[in-house]
Design a protein around this ligand. Structure first.
Ligand SMILES: Cc1cc2nc3c(=O)[nH]c(=O)nc-3n(C[C@H](O)[C@H](O)[C@H](O)COP(=O)(O)OP(=O)(O)OC[C@H]3O[C@@H](n4cnc5c(N)ncnc54)[C@H](O)[C@@H]3O)c2cc1C
Length: 397
């Protein structure tokens, strides 16, 4: 029986790695976070954080570092992409906050990451080692050693692989090397000053535009000073980078069949980036843990962005793992509990995200039926259908 860990090494200082470090430090565990990047440049674009994520950011003491950087949109407006017609106006703002006890936020990923970093830097039990790439590990009887690309051997009682979509540690911890397959869609993203957009189209709202094989989303970030815009469309190209540069011409081409107001919005944005969407080929990983090592976030379960839950699932993993480790059971039991709790949840969210993507990109009669159904249902009823998602609470282990 292995006692509960007193120290942990985390490979990956992204959203999941930093959130886990904070959650473990809150429970008295010493943590070293190893991030392969030397610096954190202004990468990424918009990120939506539902109440299941904002509740965790509050519990971790991260929310206070973010408050002037987020927006709390009042409403989610769904448009028919080709005509521009409004299909539904779903409540967010006070409605969702009252329902779930936590707000719905939109933010720049850069700001979410910076808030997690600031909170971690204020925590004496956390050491953040930049430019430290973890390439493998050696599991021992008394502890585990994370092996760095420069020959470092970093010992701890537990190794958490939060090293993202292209996790290097995944094959060592799970039994297989699953393929990441491009799904044939690319996200074109831009973040632009709010004042450069026509105000009637922005406001304090999340807007979603649906068309055949494509959809576009825009919402306020940086406390409403900027607008994040993403268009996800069928695309044969695949880029492995989160942040490959894209031309405005390519972004405009993807939305050329959309209604004029959206085209105008996209035309007024500059500095486009692109990000090809990948999913893990079936079957899912057979295991997330091996002895003293465990996978977390995208390393365990890459997620398509059609439900805006990739980062939030990493936050949920973080608090679930910390709660399991804090449950006064031995390490093997705690890691097994974490995996057993998280697997069904992320499986359900991943499926719902995939389904949402299909619904968003419907064509012809299927799209007409979707639009008609949306108009028939009450906005509150549609949102109540997501209670299972936004109402999530960390289990009391
Ligand atoms: C640069 C970047 C930009 C992104 N932009 C967006 C966005 O705009 N919108 C959105 O919805 N999602 C974005 N994502 C994805 C989103 O952040 C993740 O899907 C989600 O947060 C899951 O978190 P994670 O911690 O599992 O992975 P990530 O947040 O991707 O973090 C993984 C971290 O591990 C580091 N790393 C990788 N390999 C190693 C290694 N061997 N050793 C040490 N460190 C390693 C990476 O540099 C990265 O910092 C972005 C991710 C990245 C890395």
């Amino acid at each position: 029986m292995t006692p509960a860990p007193r120290s942990a090494v985390i490979a990956g200082g992204g959203i999941g790695g930093l959130a886990t470090a904070i959650a473990l430090a809150q429970r008295g565990i010493e943590v070293r976070v190893c991030e392969r990047r030397a610096e954190f440049p202004e990468e990424g674009a918009g990120i939506q954080i539902g109440p299941n994520g904002t509740r965790i950011l509050r519990e971790l003491g991260v929310a206070e570092f973010l408050s002037d950087k987020v927006a709390s949109p009042d409403v989610l407006i769904i448009h028919d992409g080709s005509s521009g017609r409004e299909l539904a106006r779903l409540p967010l703002g006070r409605w969702i906050e009252q329902r779930h006890g936590a707000p719905y936020w939109t933010a720049h990923r850069r700001d979410l990451h910076a808030a997690l970093r600031k909170r971690a830097e204020n925590e004496p039990r956390i050491t953040l080692a930049r430019a430290t790439e973890i390439i493998s590990c050696t599991n021992g009887d008394d502890g585990i050693s994370a092996v760095g690309a420069n020959g470092e051997a970093l010992s701890a009682s537990l190794l958490i692989a939060a090293d993202g979509l292209r996790s290097r540690l995944r094959p060592e911890i799970s039994d297989c090397t699953p393929r990441l397959t491009a799904v044939g869609k690319t996200a074109f993203r831009s973040v632009t000053r709010a004042e450069s957009f026509p105000s009637e189209l922005t406001g304090n709202a999340v807007h979603i535009w649906l068309a055949g094989g494509a959809h576009a989303v825009h919402y306020p970030v940086n406390g409403g000073r900027d607008i994040a815009l993403v268009a996800i469309a069928d695309d044969a190209m695949s880029h492995e980078d989160w942040d490959a540069p894209a031309t405005a011409t390519a972004a405009n081409e993807k939305i050329k069949s959309f209604a004029a107001p959206l085209r105008k919005l996209v035309e007024s944005a500059s500095r486009w980036r692109q990000w090809s969407l990948y999913r893990m080929a079936s079957p899912p990983l057979s295991r997330w843990t091996r002895n003293r090592a465990v996978l977390l976030g995208d390393a365990a379960h890459p997620m398509l962005p059609f439900l805006a839950q990739g980062a939030v699932m990493a936050l949920e993993d973080a608090v679930t793992l910390a709660t399991s480790l804090d449950a006064k059971v031995d390490l093997e039991t705690a890691l097994r509990d974490y995996e057993q709790i998280r697997r069904p949840r992320v499986g359900k969210v991943a499926e719902a995200s995939l389904r949402n993507g299909r619904i968003y990109h419907m064509r012809g009669p299927a799209a007409l039926a979707r639009n008609a159904t949306m108009k028939l249902r009450s906005p509150e009823g549609i949102m109540a259908g997501f209670d299972w998602l936004y109402g999530w609470r960390a289990p009391a282990c």
